[in-house]
Design a protein around this ligand. Structure first.
Ligand code: ADP
Ligand code: MG
Ligand code: MG
Length: 872
């Protein structure tokens, strides 16, 4: 028979999978001999059984629960529902990973009218008993029966007002009794039945509610965002109550062994006298700092600091603890590795090594890679932020904080920045023409657009703060209204891209630094990892940023981004509307020096590192205007009639541009484009290599290949062009030609393709898109339904789909190596900066991942963590 229930004394800290984090740690603390109110844990397997049995707790599990309840009664010497010496319990959820969004805890379960009366006799403290009772009804009704919590708060507020008091502690016994009566009446009225008075019914209902909460929408969303599988389930802890609300010799609190926001090695925490459970965090009363316990209860304080110390040494990490004092006796209710800010995480990691408590390998696992992000962008000065009130909220589209004078066009923002002003670009929405304004501004605020809008995507790529889709923002010509306040051009606004908050006026920011603990820690990361990390960068500026963040090369330069620049889009358009090869060559010749200059800039920054440059990829229509007025204007500029230009625009229209005339298909139709780009790359490399310093080895990458002959065709153009230029120059420039693997057919034929390709770079965005058969731009509309129905649990564009797309990748890697054993393998999709995806790429033996510069440190840490967990 499966064992579904464990006493705390039967478990231990390694049993998280079965007992959940809270349960495993309660067991571990029990084993350490700490004062833990005893109880039992119902396993995560019981939770999964509950779902397998159509949301029922099976007979055998119920039997085990009541069997263990008896054992608990024997241990505590109290009896559930008993009149002489009643046992009250808390019912606490606890998954393997701590999960906000799960069910709230229920305290004081086991109370009813009779039990309450007998407790009055036992404790001689009727106020305490009825305070506990009213809390129980309130929590049970809210958490188990889903009656709105605020209705209960309203009843309490009404009573307080009538009694003319402010605090719960000022209510007396009769008031508490009145609350119990009114809560029960409210329950009856809304549920159509009496509040359940049988403690066993209360217990089973509470357990079911915990199981149910595993699949509430909040929990499902949280799991998706944090890579937690839905088949883990949650455990339930049933623990005998200790009471912090017994009077002024009692209390409850939380504490950290080190400061969770700075990492300082000093006990940090808060407690409240005469209070229970969540009162400390609820903010009804202002708690006292833990240090003040030293004056009021020095014995307890001493005992607590000793326990804290013991726990930290035992877990070898900063602990977050909950405790309760009942009539002058200390109880420990929870411990876990404490959540901390990125800054604190790094300080603690470095300190733990210095203190000799942990190895470098161990502390590397203690820092959450995604957390590093917050250190790489400017932040608001925390003190200044406390005093500010947001006037509106948009989407937190790109993290960091920015403060600047607002301008409403890219031109104005550029002009103001040139005068030395800090600016914010505020627009209804942004488009490619706004790029220079976005570069010049400290941050971007838009009224429209979502998390994947132009503003959001481009800002994230630049590592620039952006708040998008701020509904409360109205943009006029020379002023804006934000949440009803008028702000004129040139006045200051502050935005927080991590929260979406918008503030009027100046809030000072503090710059990111990559020195100190950060540098020390990342040094260890680089010592340990074996997977290389490159960056995706299209400009020398991005490349410099990438180097600062520790990139070891460029894995993807998107040449088309250079085509949009204001000074060359005209030549690009001329190239597109050309009617014959000669015309097209003429236009390409105008672009050539600019492209060469771009590449020289990047090569100069990246001397000694590999740089992969991708040939033109997007369909050509993206470079032409689509609106009638814009077409008219452009026609005039180019000396064409509207009809002529409109004809070209129409002819380039594609039904499914992502699967249309793009990638290497462009080079098949217009070889002269690939020729020009190759010339620009090779000439740039030759020029830069003439200068002193390490040599550049360009890697020319052909996108969207699906067949060996296709690659051969384009490669031919590349090598013919390149070899001629090199021969003519009299130098011996080395260069490589490789391909992206982003079409399933390429993965399937990777052995053949590898005969022509010196490297593969997995374009996991397109590969995902093509493997699933859904487009990245439209998937958002229906993925929600897939999450709800648990068909897909993750957004495959954010977290690499190891089960499907991953098989293609693994196969392509294997096939590629079979015909070219030394083939270089990398990833250049967005997944290259996603920690759990990085783990998969490491396990597949890839050489490197490449991601946007701001994700480089994240990828470095993720790679090191994987190396520690699964060395290769
Ligand atoms: P959360 O995960 O939200 O912190 P917990 O299960 O830890 O939920 O409990 C919420 C609060 O109730 C905490 O302050 C905890 O210390 C307190 N609590 C839980 N169980 C008991 C108990 N048996 N006796 C006294 N207080 C308890
Ligand atoms: Mg809670
Ligand atoms: Mg807790």
């Amino acid at each position: 028979m499966t064992k579904y229930v464990y006493l705390f004394s039967e478990g231990n800290g390694n049993m998280r999978e079965l007992l959940g984090g809270k349960g495993a740690n309660l067991a571990e603390m029990t084993n350490l001999g700490l004062p833990v109110p005893q109880g039992f844990t119902i396993t995560t397997e019981a939770c999964m059984r509950y779902y397998a049995d159509n949301e029922n707790i099976a007979e055998d599990i119920q039997e085990q629960i009541f069997e263990y309840l008896e054992k608990m009664e024997a241990i505590t010497g109290k009896k559930f529902g008993d009149k002489a010496n009643p046992l009250l319990v808390s019912v606490r959820s606890g998954a393997r990973a701590s999960m906000p969004g799960m069910m709230d805890t229920i305290l004081n379960l086991g109370l009813n009218d009779e039990v309450a009366e007998s407790m009055v006799k036992l404790t001689n403290n009727p106020r305490f008993v009825y305070d506990s009772y009213r809390r129980f009804i309130q929590m049970f009704s809210d958490v188990v029966m889903e009656l709105p919590k605020h209705k209960f708060e309203e009843i309490i507020d009404e009573l307080k007002e009538r009694k003319n008091v402010k605090l719960d502690t000022e209510l007396d016994t009769d008031d508490m009794k009145e609350l119990v009566a009114r809560f029960k009446a409210f329950y009856l009225e809304n549920k159509g039945e009496e509040f359940p008075s049988d403690p066993k019914v209360q217990l089973l209902e509470a357990v079911k509610a915990v199981f149910r909460s595993w699949n509430n929408p909040r929990a499902i969303t949280y799991r998706r965002l944090n890579d937690i599988p839905s088949d883990w389930g949650t455990a339930v802890n049933v623990q005998s109550m200790v009471f912090g609300n017994m009077g002024d010799n009692s209390g409850t609190g939380v504490a950290f062994t080190r400061n969770p926001s700075t990492g300082e090695k000093k006990l940090y925490g808060e407690f409240l006298m005469n209070a229970q459970g969540e009162d400390v965090v609820a903010g009804i009363r202002t708690p006292n700092p833990i240090s003040s316990l030293q004056d009021t209860q020095p014995e307890i304080y001493k005992q607590f600091t000793e326990i804290a110390d013991k726990l930290e040494k035992h877990y070898r990490d900063m602990q977050d603890m909950e405790f309760t004092i009942e009539n002058g006796k200390l109880y420990m209710l929870q411990t876990r590795n404490g959540k901390r800010t990125a800054q604190a995480a790094l300080k603690i990691a470095v300190d733990l090594v210095a203190e000799g408590m942990c190895t470098k390998e161990e502390v590397i696992l203690k820092v959450e890679p995604k957390q590093l992000d917050s250190l790489l962008h400017p932040q608001f000065d925390p003190e200044k932020l406390k005093k500010a009130t947001p006037v509106a909220k948009g989407l937190p589209a790109s993290p960091g904080a920015a403060c600047g004078q607002i301008y409403f066009t890219a031109e104005d923002a550029v002009a103001a920045a040139a005068k030395g002003q800090k600016t914010l670009l505020v627009r209804l929405e942004t488009s490619p023409e706004d790029i220079e304004g976005m570069v010049a501004a400290e941050g971007i605020l838009t009224a429209r657009g979502g998390m994947t809008s132009h503003a959001a995507v481009v800002a994230r790529g630049m590592g620039k703060c952006c708040v998008a889709g701020c509904d409360a923002l109205k943009v006029y010509e020379k002023y804006v209204e934000i949440g009803g306040h008028r702000v004129n051009e040139g006045e200051f606004v502050s935005i927080d891209g991590s929260t979406g908050n918008v503030y009027i006026g100046v809030i000072d920011t503090v710059e990111a630094t990559v020195s100190g603990d950060f540098a020390t820690f990342m040094g260890w990361v680089d010592e340990i990892r074996s997977l290389k990390v490159r960056a995706n960068a299209d400009t020398p500026r991005d490349a410099k940023q990438a180097l600062v963040f520790g990139a070891e090369g460029i894995g993807l330069t998107r040449t088309e981004h250079m085509f949009f620049e204001a000074d060359r889009i005209a030549a690009v358009r001329e190239m597109i509307v050309s009617k014959n090869v000669e015309q097209r060559r003429r236009a390409l010749n105008k672009i050539l020096p600019m492209q060469r200059g771009d590449f020289e800039g990047i090569f100069r920054v990246m001397r000694g590192y590999p740089v992969t440059i991708r040939l033109l990829d997007p369909p050509l229509h993206e470079f032409l205007p689509q609106e009638k007025e814009d077409i008219e204007a452009l026609a005039k500029e180019m000396g064409l009639t509207f009809d002529e230009l409109n004809e070209t625009v129409k002819s380039l229209h594609e039904f499914n541009p992502m699967m249309g005339h793009r990638g290497c298909r462009l080079a098949v139709s217009y070889p002269e484009i690939a020729e020009m780009q190759t010339r620009a790359i090779i000439e740039a490399a030759i020029n830069v290599n003439k200068e002193p310093g390490p040599k550049v080895i360009p890697e020319i990458m052909v996108p969207l290949v699906g067949d060996k002959k296709e690659l051969q065709f384009v490669k031919n153009i590349i090598t013919k062009t390149a070899d001629a230029i090199i021969a003519e120059s009299g130098t011996d420039l080395k260069y490589m030609v490789g391909t992206m693997i982003e079409i399933p057919r390429a993965a399937i034929n990777a052995d053949e393709i590898a005969q022509e390709a010196e490297f593969f770079s997995f374009g996991t965005n397109d590969l995902t898109q093509m493997t699933f058969g859904f487009s990245r731009d439209d998937a958002g509309k229906f993925l929600g339904d897939y999450y709800q129905n648990k068909i897909y649990e993750f957004d495959p564009f954010a977290k690499f789909d190891t089960e499907g797309t991953g098989k293609l990748l693994a196969m392509a890697a294997k096939l590629g190596r079979s015909t070219r054993p030394d083939i270089k393998l990398g990833v250049c999709g967005e997944h290259g900066g996603d920690p759990s995806s990085v783990e998969f790429f490491h396990d597949q033996g890839l050489n490197y991942v490449s991601c946007s510069p701001f994700r480089v440190p994240i990828a470095r840490l993720a790679a090191a963590q994987t190396q520690v967990k699964n060395p290769r």
